[in-house]
Every structure is written in C-alpha cells, then in structure tokens.
Design a protein around this ligand. Structure first.
Ligand code: HEM
Length: 243
C-alpha cells in the first residue's frame, strides 16, 4: 500500500473524529460562544451584498457536491445522461455557483480588512478560517475548470473521488481510488478536510444552528414576566423566601 493510499484511507476518519468530538466539546463548554459573532452592527452595506452572495452560492455548491459525490455515475447513465452532458452542466452550474461563492467570500474578507470596527473584531482564528475557506473554494473552482477539460487533461472524478467519498461512509475506504485522482483533486480535498477539522473551533459552527433558528424565529421576541420562571434565567439572583 502506498503512502497516498494510506493517507486517503485514514485521514478522513481522523477528520471525522476531530469534527465530531470537537463539535460536542464546543457545545458542551462554549454554548454561549456558539454564534456567528455577527458584525452587522459595525457595517451593513457591504455585508448586505457579500453575505447572500456567499451563502446562496455555497448552498448551490453543496447541492452540486451531493449530486457529484453521492449519486453514482451508473445512475445518471441509466437515465440516459451521457458523461458529456453531465460534465457540461456541472461546468456551467458549478462555475456560476463557484464564482458567486468566491466573489462573496472575497468581498467578506475585503470588508473585514477595510472597515475599521469589523477589522478590530476579527481574531486570528477568523483569519485562519478565512484563509482555509478561500483556499478550498479556489482549489474547488480549479478542479471544475481542469476536470471539465477546459484547461489541461480531462479527468473524470466520478470514477475516483466520488466512489472514494462513498466508500468512507460505508466503512470500506478505497484510498486506492482517490490516489488515482489528479493532483488538483488531491489539493482540493486535502484543504476541505483541513477545513472540516477546523470547523468546530471557529465561527463556522453557526452553520448548524443559524439557518434553523433563522427560519423559525419569531418576528417579536416575547419575554415572560412570570416570577416563577425568573429563577430559571441565567444570571438572575436567587428568589427571596418568605416576606
Ligand atoms: C471531502 C470534501 C469535498 C470533496 C470530496 C469535494 C470534491 C469536489 C469535486 C469532485 C469538485 C468538482 C465538481 C465538478 O467539477 O463538477 C469540487 C468542486 C468545488 N468544490 Fe469541493 N469538495 C469537497 C469539499 C468542499 C468544500 C468544504 C468547499 C468549500 C468550502 C468546496 C468548494 C468547491 C467549489 C467552490 C467547487 C467548484 C464549483 C462547484 O463545483 O460548484 N468543496 N469539489
């Protein structure tokens, strides 16, 4: 077994373990830090453009990944979709979504660097997270361009990366398949794994909670004046007994 095969067999599980245990740890010990640490209060004009561009872009990118990685090539063959048609739609949709995501992410970084109060609220943790996030997006877009044969040799990731991805989840890792993919895919997926390992320790944790609470949030927050419930509120003084 080559070092490459071993890497693609083992590292995904290490990443999943760090991701799972890290998320549990963060929730257990930093529940009140589980937030986007929104900077909307400091600046909202640029944010109003950059944030939706990035978030809607990344949603389409995620849908594209699910289709490309989870659905076997034999299924799209079975419904009569040729490899050429698949690649063409993946290139067009993937490039549009990828460019929107990259533009949004670059604008978010630009805003962080140039808007004083936002910059002041930016930690080293954020900087590392943005660097790895940008690298993952740029490397992903590179694979789309190379993989569709626009530049360089065409390589069908649905014969290497996708079956490897599925093999991880059924606990029968096929690092040998991933090892056969081109360098561009190795770089993109290695950066993505690094991003997943960092995930629980950054503001990216908001992805698990923000969309859920955002969709179902009440327009007006009502707070109970019920005295009996006051005791349950964090930070409230203990209720006096007797008179
Ligand atoms: C283990 C995880 C991942 C795997 C196996 C993976 C694999 C791939 C593959 C095979 C492509 C080429 C798609 C095509 O040309 O049709 C791609 C593209 C791309 N990837 Fe990933 N990726 C992963 C994680 C990520 C993450 C975490 C990000 C961003 C944060 C990301 C961002 C992108 C982008 C922007 C593209 C190009 C545009 C697009 O396909 O929509 N990927 N990825």
């Amino acid at each position: 077994m080559s070092a490459g095969e071993l890497f693609w067999d083992v590292v995904p599980y290490v990443t999943l373990a760090v991701f799972g245990v890290g998320t549990w740890w963060r929730h257990r010990y930093d529940k009140f830090g589980w937030t986007t640490r929104s900077s909307q209060l400091y600046e909202h004009r640029l944010l109003r453009i950059a944030s939706p561009l990035f978030h809607f872009g990344i949603l389409v990118v995620i849908v594209g990944h699910v289709i490309g990685l989870v659905i076997p090539q034999s299924w799209t063959d079975a419904v009569g979709m040729s490899e050429q048609v698949y690649h063409n739609q993946a290139l067009v949709l993937g490039a549009i979504a990828g460019v929107a995501t990259l533009t949004g992410a670059l604008l978010l970084v630009y805003r962080r660097r140039t808007r004083g109060p936002v910059f002041m609220a930016t930690t080293w943790n954020d900087k590392l997270m943005y660097a790895v996030l940008l690298a993952a997006i740029i490397a992903g877009l590179t694979t789309t361009v190379l993989g569709a044969g626009v530049v360089g040799e065409e390589s069908n990731y649905r014969e290497t990366v996708s079956p490897w991805f599925r093999s991880i989840w059924i606990l029968q890792p096929r690092g040998d398949l991933m090892a056969q993919a081109s360098l561009a895919f190795h770089i993109h997926v290695a950066i993505a794994l690094a991003l997943f390992a960092l995930w629980p320790f950054t503001r990216l944790v908001h992805a698990f909670s923000a969309p859920v609470t955002y969709l179902f949030r009440p327009y007006i927050v009502y707070r109970s004046r019920d005295v009996a419930r006051k005791d349950e509120l964090v930070g409230s003084p203990p209720r006096r007994r007797g008179w």
